[in-house]
Design a protein around this ligand. Sequence first.
Ligand code: DAH
Length: 357
Amino acid sequence: MQSELDTMESAALAEIAASADLRELDTLRVTLLGKAGTVTVALKSLGTLKPEVRRERGAAINALRDRLTLAIAARRNALETDILKARLAAERIDVSLPARPAPQGSIHPISRTLEELTALFGAMGFVVHDGPDIENDWYNFGALNIPAHHPARAMMDTFYLKSSGHARPMVLRTHTSPLQIRTMLEETPPIRIIVPGRTYRSDHDATHSPMFHQCEGLVIDRAITLGHLKGCLMDFLRAYFERPNLRARFRASYFPFTEPSIEIDIAWNRRTGEIGEGSDWLEILGAGMVHPNVLANCGIDAREFQGFAFGMGVERITMLKHGIPDLRAFYEGDIRWLTHYGSSALTPVALHEGSPR
Ligand code: DAH
């Protein structure tokens, strides 16, 4: 009798230990301890036994039931721990994963060109100046030796502001040249400045916008010559366009505020759009030696000091450098355009003055 219970116990314990999951274990529990389970049936059969046998066997079966109950509980525990472990492993968050980079903005090509102008002329000792977008017509025209009848003064080119009690007509500055006057009035030579900034003209088509950017340059000192102008601007153009062998021509021109006046064309290939070489020429900036009348208007003695000035369109040099066909896109804020032509905020401006690549 006893050994029959022993056999049953060791078989049951082996099955409990071998049960692979909670469901199997539960089926086993019902088979052993459920209403019709083996152990229950054995207990029920006690009634048919003689009282003296019954007591002993009853105690043995009860003890067996307790041990099996414990073994099942222990196995359930172990299975549940395994499940938990598996879940923890599966749902583990790997905190060592690098963060997914957030979408990044980019630097507008105009801003990037302004940074580059500042870096390149900064390396040549120029200081950045700025001034008001709303100028009086003396700074914008008169002091720059631009005569009253000059076409630049016409309403069709210039935005005049309604008179608001100012002594002189006020205009949205049509160029950055008024800063030549402001600087020479405020500072004594030597002067070496650039003026990147917004300018305004009543113009609107694929290559003109009513608001655009220029960069002015002014150098005043005792013995400044056209040679300095030429060297300075060649260095600048070669570095900015990253073409150490860029060819340019200096062509006689006319501006009221310079004498002599020149315009600079750079070589390019009309067919391929390549800058710096080729048999076509692109006008890129105006320049000249500061006119003695302009110096006089600023109280600078032209017998002691002279210098050169230059002015260029920021949009224009940006379009040429990056092959941007339409000026209007600069101000439309189209995210696809900005992503394509914008540059990374984390990439520093790295241009090298005229050094071969
Ligand atoms: N102010 C001129 C313009 O807007 C550009 C310019 C030409 C500026 C010659 C200069 C210069 O300083 O010397 O068209």
